[in-house]
Design a protein around this ligand. Structure first.
Ligand code: LCV
Length: 265
């Protein structure tokens, strides 16, 4: 199965005041490449000019994997922050978090790495029993970014965040529901109808009030003050990690389809 052209990477459908964006590159398991993410951001931008009250973000119906996360082939091979402010994934996260209407992630299939951040950046998550969520930077030796970690803090218990990041083990759907990571866990046969009904309910509400409440909640949760010197110390620690031989090994092991041997250097 060959990769889809850029124009087909993200499909857009608008029905009434509800838009559905579908990640549409199953051949590459919806790897969050620059091309796919630019298409996602462009799709969101195009919706701003329309009377859309809710967006549903999904993978195409045939996808067993919702998304494998960041396209590892596009990660910088050291000497550059792999999750810098201008990184396509970071731009897409900001586009969703700053989008004027609620974005509901509808999850059928497994979610990996930065795609977990993408799903968590949506305003609500409806998943079915096939869903799982794996945060994977330690599989690559990648120093996750501070903004990204903030998306988990205040949302999940710290001990769960640590277990997810330190083990990289997929969190099963029922555990994601137990920890309230997902708003609703429904049988896969009901996933579309349930998500659609949730969206329809929101679409009847006052859009100006919904938009301002979403933006207030974003700024209250995203803008946590941090001392400049502390931030610089963390950035210096992260630089040592993304400049490390281990990070290189993590990427090479993935590309060579073998297990990595991390030596702590
Ligand atoms: C590019 C891929 C990928 C991929 N990139 O199918 O959060 S962080 O910090 O870690 C951040 C940096 C991040 O998000 O990193 C990515 C983390 N993602 C993962 O670790 C998931 C890696 N993928 C897998 O474990 C498997 O692909 C799963 C189990 C998800 C699905 O397995 P399945 O057997 O269904 P394949 O592995 O055969 O993958 C199908 C094609 O997609 C590519 C993979 O290289 C293969 O391409 P080729 O047919 O050209 O070999 N692919 C998979 N993941 N993250 N490309």
């Amino acid at each position: 199965m060959s990769e889809n052209p850029a124009s087909e990477m993200v499909s857009v459908a608008v029905e009434g005041r509800i838009a559905t964006l579908a990640l549409n590159n199953s051949a590459k398991r919806n790897a969050l490449s620059k091309v796919l993410l630019d298409a996602l951001i462009a799709a969101l931008d195009s919706l701003k000019a329309r009377d859309v009250r809710v967006v549903i973000l999904r993978a195409s119906a045939d996808a067993k994997v919702w998304s494998v996360g960041h396209d590892i082939r596009e990660l910088p091979h050291g000497h550059e922050d792999p999750l810098g402010y201008a990184d396509p994934l970071e731009r897409a996260l900001r586009a969703i978090r700053g989008f004027p209407t609620p974005v509901i992630a509808m999850v059928h299939g497994t979610v990996w790495g930065g795609a977990v951040d993408l799903v968590l950046s949506c305003d609500m998550i409806v998943a079915d029993e096939t869903a799982s969520f794996a945060t994977t930077p330690v599989n690559l030796g990648l120093p996750y970014n501070t903004t990204g970690l903030l998306h988990f803090i205040g949302r999940l218990p710290m001990n769960l965040i640590k277990e997810m990041f330190f083990t990289a083990m997929p969190l099963k759907a029922e555990d994601a529901a137990r920890w309230h990571i997902v708003n609703h866990l429904v049988p896969s046969v009901e996933l579309e109808s349930f998500t659609w009904a949730l969206a329809e309910g929101i679409a009847t509400k006052a859009p100006l009030a919904v938009t301002v409440i979403k933006e207030q909640l974003r700024v209250l949760s995203d803008y946590q003050p941090i001392a400049a010197q502390v931030f610089e110390r963390i950035q210096d620690m992260r630089r040592k990690v993304y400049d490390s031989a281990d990070f290189q090994e993590g990427i090479n092991a993935f590309l060579e389809k073998r297990k990595p041997e991390f030596r702590g250097i």
